[in-house]
Write a protein that binds this ligand. Structure first.
Ligand SMILES: [Zn+2]
Length: 734
């Protein structure tokens, strides 16, 4: 579809059993007194006031146990997380040392109950580090990251604890099949094995050392990238060089320069991706080239924020880790719990798209070169020109530009009359805005989500606007995860990076940002509809190549006529978006898909190549990337990867290692599932929604994903609907 999707970071778990074990997590870990490793340093290094962090010791007294941001101070997080880890270690020690024979209740269920103090603290902390950070919280994150990794190791490498889990696993045939217990046992056992529980003591120590280094390097990468992106912002001296941008954008660039002590100049800040949004509009080719160069070289300048050595070390350590655990490469290891379980299957899925994408890219480049020649240009299209000329061709061909569209997408209308309305139409949900829940920033709003029968499902926080102290992209997370065992309902947040309008101006969002709002809320629904007993298999705690399915599925509702017609109204006149404009948008969405799909496909294939490395094989990170890209059969000189390796945060610090293909895989499933909903799945109706909720959205990780899909659609997903949506069917058939 459109570019925004790949900006989205994963749903973030705060479940302590998943913290570092699952590839899903920014999150840290699980816990237990690992006998050969001293954890004393963590608990005694920093004397803290008795009260600091105590706010997380008990569940919040607020509705839904929502974090009490009115009383949480920055100083609370570190002591609370340290104390929370210590508390969970003690809880786990009791389980491991139990003299009774292992039972589901005294082992698995007890583990699921453990770590709630840590979960509460870490849930709030990880949200703040992502959405509202500062130097102090960044420092705490760097400090805690290896400790949380060690905490996870201490649980998963605890041989007494593993012996109990293994004893249960060996008798798994006695459990009722298809139940949550059987799945929890399977998932927990596999996680132990893949965390190294069966290794010798010597290898366990080696693994712990690798894990701690990986964690620190991941954090170091992320912090370097954030700083590099800030430093590499393009500074231009004159307004003329910014021709093509709106007055508001130029004013924002002037304001940014002022905050950086460069008053009188203009600063264009960088987003995460290779391509920068302003490239579509900057008429000065030299400014475009400079902005593009700033973007692609941000982390390879040989300065303190150069990440080349960091990623080489990360790749090498991951390869060593996989070898230690008995896998041929890191990709094979990382995919053990996925819907697609083998790297070769993911590669096949992607490689089957390459010929159609290559043809489409060649045709697109030809079209752009024709546009350049038509205006007298004596050059052929380069990556920094691509968006500018494709925007020209798009508006010539479709007579459509973003400025025509935005007035119909006023943010509160998109949210309440669009995103929420769709959830009402399809699932019967209603939403009540509330003002009594403390928020961490004044831009955040909170809603109670009510089920069709009027019962309370959970809380939803909406944090839409870009801030300098927010990570780029958009994501969803839980402050509180649903669990019948713990007695908790979901408390969910969506974070986006929509430019904040100037005081008194309406917040008009782009078409892509509008779709992103539906996307993130799709994750929200996956969390809100969770109906599990056990927190570690609840809601969005699903595989990397499944978790984006509900969110991408939810995007489809945005353009359904009865939903679009309800929210897409002119912010001043209230006129609905003209059908003709919408038809143009629809056609335009299929435009430029050789580029859009190509940059994602390239990044996904690059990710797989990094993680198919054998230990000791990497000589030079820059050359490795060049060779990997050259081997794909695509025009990388025209369509560079959406992220070059040196700033590919997803794979180095966001749990997408050997998993970036997931965006394409889940897009395929999401399109197929929606096609099924329209044709056989009861349509865009309450019936259709209830079926999807019952079979998919409420299931968490309680069954094999392929079986779950089979139960919904009666078959496995097919690629046709995705290729059709991308406008590639005809190309592929040529
Ligand atoms: Zn997503």
């Amino acid at each position: 579809m459109t570019r925004h999707e790949q900006e989205n970071f994963p749903a973030v778990t705060s479940s302590p059993l998943l913290l570092r074990a699952a590839p899903l997590a920014l999150c840290a870990a699980m816990i237990a007194g690992y006998p050969t490793m001293s954890l004393a340093a963590e608990t005694t290094a920093t004397p803290v006031e008795a009260a600091a962090g105590a706010i997380f010791a008990q569940p919040s007294a607020l509705p839904f146990q929502a974090p009490d941001f009115a009383h949480i101070a920055d100083a609370d997080y570190e002591p609370a997380i340290l104390q929370g880890m210590a508390a969970q270690r003690a809880e786990i020690a009791v389980i491991a040392d139990n003299s009774e024979p292992p039972t589901i209740e005294n082992t698995l269920v007890a583990m699921e109950r453990s770590g709630q103090f840590l979960t509460r603290a870490y849930g709030a902390f990880s949200a703040m580090v992502g959405a509202n950070t500062n130097d102090r919280l960044d420092a705490v994150e760097a400090e805690l990251s290896p400790k949380l990794a060690a905490h996870g190791d201490a649980i998963y490498l605890d041989s007494k604890l593993f012996a109990r889990v293994k004893a249960l696993y060996d008798k798994r045939a006695e459990l009722p099949s298809g139940g949550e217990e059987a799945r929890l046992l399977e998932v927990t056992y596999q996680r132990f094995v893949n965390e190294g529980a069966q290794l010798s003591d010597k290898d366990k120590l080696a693994l712990s050392a690798i894990n701690e280094q990986l964690s620190s390097l991941g954090t170091a990468f992320s912090q370097k990238l954030t700083e590099a992106s800030k430093q590499a912002a393009l500074v231009v001296a004159s307004r003329a060089e910014l021709a093509g941008l709106s007055d508001a954008e130029i004013e924002a660039a002037a304001a940014e320069a002022k905050t950086r002590g460069a008053e009188g100049q203009f600063v264009l800040t960088l987003v995460n991706t290779t391509q920068q949004p302003q490239l579509a509009r900057l008429t000065n080719r030299e400014t475009r080239r400079r902005l593009y160069e700033a973007s692609v070289t941000r982390t390879t300048r040989g300065d303190a924020n150069d990440t080349t050595a960091t990623i080489a070390r990360l790749a090498e350590l991951r390869a060593e880790k996989a070898r230690l655990l008995g896998y041929p490469d890191y990709a094979s290891y990382a995919m053990y719990d996925r819907m697609v379980k083998e790297p070769v299957k993911a590669l096949e899925f992607m490689e089957q798209m390459v010929p159609a994408v290559a043809r489409k890219q060649a045709a697109e480049a030809e079209e752009l070169n024709a546009a350049i020649r038509a205006e007298g240009g004596k050059f052929s299209v380069q990556p920094w020109d691509w968006d500018f000329y494709s925007e020209k061709v798009r508006s010539a061909k479709y007579d459509l530009d973003d400025a025509q569209v935005r007035p119909y997408f006023e943010i509160s209308r998109v949210l309440e009359d669009g995103v929420f309305y769709a959830a009402n139409l399809v699932y019967g949900l209603t939403f009540q805005k509330r003002s009594d829940i403390p928020v961490y920033h004044p831009d955040v709003s909170v809603y109670t989500v009510l089920d069709a029968d009027g019962s309370e499902l959970g809380l939803f926080y909406f944090d839409p606007y870009a801030r300098p102290n927010k990570q780029g992209g958009a994501w969803m997370g839980n402050f509180v995860e649903q669990s019948r065992l713990i007695g908790t309902k979901p408390v969910i947040y969506n974070v986006l990076n929509i430019p904040k309008p100037a005081e008194g101006q309406p917040a008009l969002v782009s078409f892509d940002d509008m779709i992103t709002m539906f996307h993130e809320f799709g994750h929200g629904l996956h969390g809100l509809f969770a109906s599990q007993t056990y927190p570690s298999i609840s809601g969005t705690n699903t595989a990397r190549d499944f978790v984006e399915f509900p969110s991408q599925f939810n995007e489809n509702f945005a353009t359904q006529p009865q939903i679009l017609g309800h929210f897409a109204r002119h912010w001043q006149t209230g006129e609905p978006i003209p059908a003709e404009l919408m038809a143009k948008i629809d056609r335009a969405r299929k435009f430029n898909q050789g580029y859009a799909l190509g940059e994602v496909l390239t990044a996904a294939l690059l990710d797989m190549k990094w993680h198919a490395l054998k230990p000791g094989r990497l000589k030079n990170a820059a050359r490795f990337e060049r060779q990997a890209l050259d081997s794909l059969g695509l025009r990388i000189d025209l369509v560079p990867p959406r992220y070059h390796s040196s700033y590919f945060r997803h794979i180095w610090d966001n749990g997408y290692a050997a998993g970036y293909y997931s965006y394409l895989w889940t897009e395929m499933i999401a399109h197929d599932a929606f096609a099924f909903m329209l044709d056989g799945g009861h349509g865009v109706t309450r019936e259709g929604g209830d079926l999807f909720r019952q079979k998919i959205l409420s299931r968490g990780n309680t069954m094999d994903y392929a079986a779950m899909y089979q139960a919904y659609a009666g078959r496995q997903p097919r690629i046709d609907a995705m290729l059709d949506a991308r406008g590639l069917v005809e190309e592929g058939a040529k």
